[in-house]
Design a binder for this molecule. Structure first.
Ligand code: HEC
Length: 107
């Protein structure tokens, strides 16, 4: 291997590690399709829109008090309890994982 190919080989490994690290461990393996379905079913967005207007996404403030994956999941769990949604733990995780992918982007 020339030094140049060695370097690009190392860069390729680095990139794949970085890509895997983009999903926080608590959201790894989460069922994103299920999460999207549950968010639609439970009208999360409709209520948020009434509160903040627009498409409702302004309610999600990554710079706010939700500042880590675990806190985000905890918030969804709290909504689950308060709104009496009776979600299973893996459903709470799936919803939080979708919100993380689309809004919070914790790694
Ligand atoms: C009945 C109205 C209503 C429904 C339904 C609702 N929410 Fe909310 N949600 C709110 C309000 C109001 C806030 C803002 C609370 C605050 O800022 O103190 C909020 C805040 C949040 C936050 C925190 C945002 C942040 O970054 O601070 C998350 C996450 C969230 N909701 C997720 C959900 C999910 C997921 C669902 C559906 C399963 C849902 N909510 C359904 C009213 C609702």
């Amino acid at each position: 291997m020339t030094r140049r190919t060695q370097l690009s080989f190392l860069a390729a490994i680095g990139l794949s590690v970085a890509a895997a690290a983009q999903t926080p461990s608590i959201f790894q393996g989460a069922d994103l399709t299920l999460g999207e379905k549950l968010i639609a079913e439970h009208k999360c967005t409709a209520c948020h829109q009434r509160k903040v207007g627009g498409d409702g996404s302004a309610i999600y403030r990554p710079q706010g008090r939700i500042n880590a994956p675990g806190v985000l999941r905890g918030m969804v769990e709290q909504c689950n309890t308060e709104l009496n949604l009776s979600l299973f733990p893996e459903e709470v995780t799936a919803i939080a994982a979708v919100l993380n992918r689309d809004h919070y982007r914790f790694r």
